[in-house]
Design a protein around this ligand. Structure first.
Ligand SMILES: Nc1ncnc2c1ncn2[C@@H]1O[C@H](COP(=O)(O)OS(=O)(=O)O)[C@@H](OP(=O)(O)O)[C@H]1O
Ligand SMILES: Nc1ncnc2c1ncn2[C@@H]1O[C@H](COP(=O)(O)OP(=O)(O)O)[C@@H](O)[C@H]1O
Length: 643
C-alpha cells in the first residue's frame, strides 16, 4: 500500500475561501486517542500534525526551542510538547482536558480528540468518545495490555465506537520484536472478545521514530498491514454505514420565511430521503410525503445521513422542533420509561428521584432516575450494587420521563439513543447516558380516562383545588400555621386535608430516614399524594421541611399553573433553635442526631415563594389569615365552578 500524500499547506498560507473550497470534497473522520501519558499519546498526535504540516511556522519554531529547553528527547523534537498545551499538564505530565486537533490528507479531514487517560477523567474521555468514529488505543510495547487499556476499550465500546485500532507503540524500545507484538495482540484479542468486540486493527508503531505512523516502516518487515494514517484514511465512516439504515431526521427548527413556505430543517441522522418518500412525524405519528429537499445550493434529488437539509412536506401537518421525521414504514419507538447506562459527570452525586432535564438531540423532557441496578467497576468490569452514582461512575438505571421521547437504542443510533442530563437549577450537564431499551411498563399502563373528572370533583365541593406547600426549618412554624389555616378553611365550609411531615413519616413514608436521597423520595411521594388529592377536588396543606428547591419544583410541576402555592415559613435558625419544640436541635448540637436540617444538613430557601411568613414579625394567627385570603381571594374569584 502506498502512503497517502499529505496536504502541505497551512491555514495561514492561503486564502480561507480557497482553503475551504479545496477541502470541502473531503470526508471527515473523528477519532480519539486513548492511553496514558507514558504510552506516548501526545507524541503520536504531535507527529501526525507535524508530518501533515498542520503546524504553523511560529509554532514549529517554539516547538524546536521548547524541545531543547525541556530536554526530554535530547536534541530531537519532542512532539508531545506540541500537544500538551497546558502548562500545568506539562509540569504534572498528564493530559487533563479533551483537546481537539485538526489535520488532513488528500482525501480526508481529521478531528482528533486527545483524551486523558486517568480514571478520574473518565467523563472527559466519554465526552471525546461520544462523537468519534474510531479510537486509537495506545499500548506501550514494553508493558502490554494494562488495566487502563481494558478500561479505555470498554468505554470506547460502550460509547459505540465501531473501529478500534490497537497501536502498539514504542516498538523501537523492544527491538521491533514480532513475538512481543503478537503476544500483546493475542492478549488484547482475548479481552476484546470477552466484552463483545469482534474486530480491531493492530499496528506496531513508534510515535517517536515514526514507524508505521505516516509511512510503512522498514523496521517491521513482518508486518503487512497498513500504516496508521493509511488505515485512518480508508476506514469506513459511520455516516456511510448510517446511510443504509431507515431514514431519520430530528427537526432542528421550522423554517417559515413567508406564508408560502414551510420547511423542516435538520441534520439527517440515518438513511436517505427523496422527494415522494412517505414520512412519519413522531411522536404524533402523522404521515405525509416529502415534496422538496431544499439546500442553500438548490434543491436535491436525494439526501443522505450526515447532510443538513430542509424538507418540505405535501401536507400541512403539525411538526415542530424536537419532532423526528422518519421513514413512514420503519419509524423509531416512542416511550417515556427506559433502561439506560449513565456516566455521572458532576461532583455532586446523582439524586435518585430528583427531576433533571434530559436532552436527547433536539428533544428536552423532565426525567427522574431510579436507584441504579448496578454500577460497573471500570477496571475489573465487575457489577456492583450502588445507591447512587458518584463522579465518573458508570451505572445502569431505569429512568422515567414526563413526556414521551422518540428514540432508538444507543447501539442502533447515537443520535436518537444518546442523551445528557442537566441540573435544573445550575444548568450544568451532570450526566451522559445511553438508552438501552424502553420499558414496556409505559406502553401497557394507560391513563384511565375517568368519567368523574377533577373539575367535576372540585365543582361539587365548590372550590378550586390547591396545594398549600409549607416549607421551612424544623420548628419554624409550618405545622402551627398550617393547622390554623386548615381550621379556618374548614370553618368556611371548604374541603381540606393536611399532610404533616411527622404523621406521613409514621405511615406511607415509614421506610424513609433523613439522608438526602430519603428526603428527595419523601417529598416526591408527598407531591404525588397531594396531586391525587387535588384531583379529588381538595385543598391540600403540606407541612414538610422539604429542604431542596429542585424537589419542591418537581411537586409544583405536577400541578396546573396556579394550583401550587409555596408558603415559605421564614424563621431564622437561631429562633427555631431557641424554640426547640421537640428538643431535636439540642440533640443535633450534641451529636446525638445526625443530618439535622440547618445543623449538618442543608436548607435551600425558596427564591420566589407565593407567600413568605416572617414568624419573628407576624403572629401565627395573622399569617393564617393572610394565607386564607390568598387562597380564597383573587385566585378564587377568577374561578367559576362547572359541573
Ligand atoms: N435529621 C432530621 N432533620 C430534620 N428533621 C428531623 C430529623 N430527624 C427527625 N426529624 C423530625 O422529622 C420532621 C421532618 O420531616 P420532614 O418529612 O418534614 O423532612 S423532609 O422534608 O424530608 O426534610 C421534623 O419535624 P418538624 O420539626 O415538624 O419539621 C423533625 O421533627
Ligand atoms: N409566628 C409564629 N408562627 C408559627 N409558630 C410560631 C410563631 N411564633 C412562635 N411559634 C412557635 O414555634 C413553634 C413552631 O413549631 P411547629 O409548628 O411544630 O414547627 P414546624 O412544623 O415547622 O416544625 C411552635 O411552638 C409555635 O408556637
Amino acid at each position: 500500500m502506498s502512503a497517502p500524500t499529505y496536504v502541505t499547506d497551512t491555514l495561514i498560507a492561503e486564502d480561507i475561501d480557497a482553503y475551504l473550497a479545496r477541502h470541502q470534497h473531503k470526508t471527515m473522520l473523528r477519532f480519539i486517542t486513548c492511553g496514558s501519558v507514558d504510552d506516548g499519546k501526545s507524541t503520536l498526535i504531535g507527529r501526525l500534525l507535524y508530518d501533515s504540516k498542520m503546524i504553523f511556522e511560529d509554532q514549529l519554531a517554539a516547538l524546536e526551542s521548547d524541545s531543547r529547553k525541556q530536554g526530554t528527547q535530547g536534541q530531537e523534537i519532542d512532539f508531545a510538547l506540541l500537544v500538551d498545551g497546558l502548562a500545568a499538564e506539562r509540569e504534572q505530565g498528564i493530559t487533563i482536558d479533551v483537546a481537539y486537533r485538526f489535520f488532513n490528507t488528500e482525501s480526508r479531514k481529521f478531528i482528533v480528540a486527545d483524551c486523558p487517560g486517568h480514571e478520574q477523567y473518565t467523563r472527559n474521555m466519554v465526552t471525546g468518545a461520544s462523537t468519534a468514529d474510531l479510537a486509537v488505543i495506545l499500548i506501550d510495547a514494553r508493558k502490554g495490555v494494562l488495566t487502563q487499556t481494558r478500561r479505555h476499550t470498554y468505554l470506547c465500546h460502550l460509547l459505540g465506537i465501531r473501529h478500534l485500532v490497537l497501536a502498539v507503540n514504542k516498538m523501537d524500545l523492544v527491538g521491533y520484536d514480532q513475538v512481543t507484538f503478537d503476544a500483546i495482540v493475542a492478549d488484547y484479542l482475548h479481552f476484546a472478545a470477552s466484552i463483545g468486540i469482534d474486530h480491531f486493527t493492530a499496528i506496531p508503531i513508534s510515535g517517536f521514530k515514526g514507524d508505521n505512523v505516516t509511512a510503512e516502516s522498514v523496521n517491521t518487515p513482518w508486518y503487512h498491514g497498513p500504516s496508521l494514517i493509511e488505515h485512518l484514511d480508508t476506514v469506513e465512516l459511520d455516516a456511510t454505514t448510517d446511510q443504509t439504515k431507515p431514514f431519520r431526521m430530528p427537526v432542528q427548527w421550522v423554517n417559515r420565511p413567508n406564508l408560502d413556505f414551510r420547511g423542516f430543517a435538520g441534520l439527517i441522522a440515518a438513511g436517505t430521503v427523496k422527494p415522494g418518500d412517505a414520512v412519519r412525524v413522531l411522536p404524533s405519528g402523522k404521515t405525509s410525503t416529502v415534496e422538496r429537499i431544499v439546500t442553500l445550493d438548490g434543491d436535491l434529488d436525494q439526501a443522505a445521513a450526515g447532510q443538513a437539509v430542509t424538507l418540505t412536506l405535501a401536507d400541512e401537518i403539525d411538526c415542530s422542533r424536537g419532532d423526528v421525521l422518519a421513514a413512514a414504514d420503519a419509524p423509531p419507538e416512542v416511550a417515556d420509561q427506559f433502561e439506560a447506562t449513565l456516566v455521572w459527570m458532576a461532583d455532586e452525586p446523582l439524586h435518585v428521584g430528583r427531576a433533571y432535564w434530559l436532552k436527547l438531540g433536539t428533544q428536552t423532557v423532565s426525567a427522574t432516575v431510579q436507584q441504579p441496578k448496578y454500577t460497573v467497576n471500570v477496571n475489573t468490569l465487575d457489577q456492583l450494587a450502588a445507591k447512587t452514582l458518584e463522579l465518573n461512575a458508570i451505572g445502569v438505571a431505569e429512568l422515567a420521563c414526563d413526556k414521551p421521547l422518540v428514540f432508538e437504542p444507543y447501539a442502533d443510533s447515537r443520535t436518537l439513543g444518546g442523551f445528557i442530563l442537566i441540573d435544573k437549577l445550575s444548568n450544568a450537564t451532570v450526566g451522559a447516558g445511553m438508552l438501552n431499551f424502553s420499558l414496556r411498563r409505559a406502553q401497557n399502563v394507560h391513563w384511565q380516562a375517568l368519567d368523574v373528572t377533577r373539575e367535576a370533583h372540585a365543582a361539587l365541593k365548590r372550590q378550586k383545588p390547591a396545594v398549600l406547600w409549607f416549607t421551612g426549618l424544623s420548628g419554624s412554624g409550618k405545622s402551627t400555621i398550617a393547622n390554623l389555616v386548615e381550621k379556618k378553611l374548614h370553618a368556611l365550609g371548604h374541603h381540606t386535608f393536611l399532610l404533616d411531615g411527622d404523621n406521613v413519616r409514621h405511615g406511607l413514608n415509614k421506610d424513609l430516614g433523613f439522608t438526602e436521597a430519603d428526603r428527595i423520595e419523601n417529598i416526591r411521594r408527598v407531591g404525588e399524594v397531594a396531586k391525587l388529592m387535588t384531583d379529588a377536588g381538595l385543598i391540600v396543606l403540606t407541612a414538610f421541611i422539604s429542604p431542596f428547591r429542585a424537589d419542591r419544583d418537581l411537586a409544583r410541576s405536577m400541578l396546573p399553573p396556579g394550583e401550587f402555592i409555596e408558603v415559605f415559613v421564614d424563621t431564622p435558625l437561631d429562633v427555631a433553635e431557641a424554640r426547640d419544640v421537640k428538643g431535636l436541635y439540642r440533640k443535633a448540637r450534641s451529636g446525638q442526631l445526625k443530618n439535622f436540617t440547618g445543623i449538618d444538613s442543608p436548607y435551600e430557601v425558596p427564591h420566589m415563594p407565593e407567600l413568605r411568613i416572617d414568624t419573628t414579625r407576624e403572629s401565627s394567627e395573622a399569617a393564617a389569615e393572610r394565607i386564607v385570603d390568598y387562597v380564597l381571594g383573587a385566585r378564587a374569584e377568577m374561578w367559576m365552578p362547572t359541573i
